[in-house]
Design a protein around this ligand. Structure first.
Ligand code: ZN
Ligand code: ZN
Length: 226
């Protein structure tokens, strides 16, 4: 328990909004620099500014709001790490709309989130496979055969640096073949080089991605028999 609390303290800056200093609500990421804020905080800020509140990078001269996107992975992480936050946020929203007598938008989305939470009880935070408390890295997963294989809707992912190539294969298989079972049909490459299934992202970044501080660029393709 102590250890978990210490870890939460360590990841707090990652799951906190730099604008309101609270835990992220409707986590929204700037696609240019990958910094994340609450949706409402960021939108309010970008009505007056066109730079990232954290790193100061120019997002877009005139339409910065076109370069932000809902970060579901990040929001899931926040909800998994901070007990009761999701329920409290939902109550606050219901209250907000009730007071104004308007119908709640996205009701279904919240219901879906709630169901997902119920399906995965909080104790899974302890489950090693989730790796939500590990160091996180950003990767960009591009399709190598755009004519014959589905491209990912969401190419930029944020995940544990301890995730392995096999984890990525399973993710791609789920998105591309609609089943995790076909993960052995997926090849993952970095700089045209086929990656071994047990390689961790941390290792790949250290050994094959020296040139940039942007997201680690990886490609996937259907497995080729050698
Ligand atoms: Zn905020
Ligand atoms: Zn930034």
């Amino acid at each position: 328990m102590m250890e978990k609390r210490a870890k939460l303290k360590k990841v707090n800056p990652e799951i906190t909004c730099g604008l309101c200093k609270g835990y992220l609500v409707e986590a929204t990421t700037i696609t240019e620099c990958l910094h994340t804020f609450c949706r409402s905080c960021l939108v309010k800020f970008l009505l007056e500014n066109n730079t990232c509140p954290r790193c100061g990078d120019l997002i877009h001269q005139s339409h910065p709001l076109n370069y932000i996107s809902h970060d579901r992975t990040m929001q899931d992480i926040v909800y998994k790490l901070v007990p009761n936050l999701q329920e409290n946020e939902r109550k606050r929203q219901i209250e907000f709309y009730k007071k104004r007598g308007i119908q709640m938008p996205n009701g279904d989305a919240y219901e879906e989130d709630k169901k997902n939470m119920e399906k995965s009880p909080p104790k899974q935070v302890d489950n090693k496979d989730f790796h939500r408390l590990d160091e996180q890295v950003n990767i960009c997963l591009e399709c190598k055969e755009i004519n014959t294989l589905k491209s990912l809707k969401r190419r930029i992912l944020r995940l544990s640096s301890l995730a392995t190539v096999t984890h990525l294969k399973k993710f791609v298989a789920l998105k591309v073949f609609d089943t995790i079972d076909r993960y052995k049909d997926v090849d993952i490459l970095c700089n045209e080089e086929l990656l071994g299934k047990d390689h961790m992202l941390k290792f790949i970044i250290a050994t094959r991605w020296r040139n940039t501080d942007g997201p680690l660029l990886l490609h996937y393709r259907r497995k080729m028999e050698l």
